[in-house]
Design a protein. Structure first.
Length: 144
């Protein structure tokens, strides 16, 4: 599968597309004002072209993306150093004051996990800033 974004294009293999669809967690790395890379565990949804992430509006990653839109998303390995997928891309704040429950594909993927968080006192209403990431590069390691 090849996705085209303006003048950029990135080749997404079936394995990469499948993992972006099936994996529930990823490490989103943004760049702080100091230049320090800052990884954060996130939930994400891949629609075949872009990744959607919901965040608390006051989170550092929102400020980081506004100042430095280049990010990376890292997916776990197979436990033996293989199967690592890293997506490089350009991120942007897509919407503010939104409810992730209204994003049907995202909510279908995460509603059970969200219910668990809410029983622990963390309201999904707090995640009201929608971020979008357009992939521009892909790095992988062979699966074992």
């Amino acid at each position: 599968m090849e996705a085209t974004f303006g003048f950029m294009s990135v080749e997404l293999t079936q394995e990469v597309s499948s993992r972006l669809t099936s994996d529930n967690f990823g490490w989103l790395t943004t760049v702080a004002k100091s230049g320090q890379p800052v990884p954060r565990l996130i939930w994400f949804y891949f629609d075949g072209a872009e990744l959607t992430v919901y965040s608390m509006p006051q989170a550092g990653k929102v400020r980081h993306i506004e100042a430095h839109p280049q990010v990376s998303l890292n997916l776990d390995s197979d436990g033996n150093g293989g199967g690592i997928i890293v997506i490089g891309g350009s991120a942007r704040v897509d919407a503010v004051d939104v409810n992730c429950r209204d994003d049907e594909p995202y909510w279908a993927k995460y509603s059970a996990a969200a219910e668990q968080l809410e029983t622990e006192g963390i309201s999904m209403d707090a995640f009201s800033t929608r971020l979008r990431i357009t992939p521009t590069k892909v790095w992988t390691t062979p699966t074992g």
